[in-house]
Design a binder for this molecule. Structure first.
Ligand code: 03F
Length: 209
């Protein structure tokens, strides 16, 4: 279960601030996961996630001492960009990145909770659809929703997905799900903290693409 545990997110401090450097380190391993899925259908998603990570890293590296937490970046951009903010820079990149991370969180949680289509127990369409409806659908116009429907056909089997999480090793399903639950603890806390920050700073937008 190397993939998840090697890339575990760090525990948040009591004030729930997210350390930029640690966040970027952990999240930078997510795009490589799409290579394990071995389908070209996922490459637009991979590049979207990658692009957003790069934008945030680009801002961070300009002044690491100033941008210790993700909130430092978002607040600095609010000062710098006036009326354009929050639809700008790393603030916009993180707004979308967090939605992708929420999608992943809900998908993994649903699998860990054993939710499945009893008629097709080796499919994960129900889990993916749940994650999509809760994390992304409202931000997508009809065309992108159609792209999602098409991507569903390329969805891996449950067994292959769990194998990919384990980097191709043969791991018992129950062990894999247990590691997924452990991974979800800090991962969920981090995603929640970023959402809370967007609410607190009034940085969330609900336009569709
Ligand atoms: C907006 C938008 N980004 C972009 O236009 C759309 C990209 C493609 C969307 C395709 C939808 C299909 C998703 C679901 C597929 C199911 C796959 C299931 C596999 C198992 C923004 O883009 C830009 O980001 C921003 O920078 C820009 O400036 O308005 C802004 C301007 O536009 C999105 O909607 C974000 C899409 C994120 C999708 C994340 C999906 C993750 C899928 C699978 C993850 C598998 C679990 C991995 C676990 C790894 C653990 C280590």
């Amino acid at each position: 279960m190397s993939l998840l545990m090697e890339n575990a997110f760090k525990e948040l401090p009591p004030d729930k601030s997210v350390d930029t450097k640690l966040f970027l380190e952990s999240v930078s391993h997510v795009p490589a996961f799409f290579d394990c899925l071995e389908s070209a259908a996922f490459s637009p998603i991979k590049s979207d996630i990658n692009g957003n990570i790069k934008k945030i890293r680009g801002v961070y590296l300009k002044d690491p001492a100033r941008y210790v937490t993700l909130q430092d970046i978002v607040e600095a951009e609010r000062e710098a960009h006036g009326a354009q903010w929050p639809k700008v820079g790393a603030t916009l990149a993180l707004m979308w990145l967090k939605r992708g991370l929420r999608f992943i969180q809900i998908l993994l949680q649903s699998l860990a909770d054993g939710e499945r289509d009893e008629n097709n127990p080796n499919l994960i369409k129900v889990n993916i659809t749940k994650a999509y409806e809760q994390a992304l659908k409202k931000y997508h116009g009809w065309l992108v929703q159609k792209v999602f429907q098409a991507a569903l056909f390329a969805a891996p089997y449950r067994s292959d997905f769990l194998k990919a999480l384990s980097k191709g090793e043969e791991v018992k399903e129950e062990d894999c799900l247990e590691l997924t639950r452990q991974f979800l603890v800090n991962f969920t806390a981090t995603v929640d903290a970023i959402y809370q920050m967007y609410t607190d700073l009034n940085a969330e937008l609900d336009y569709t693409v």
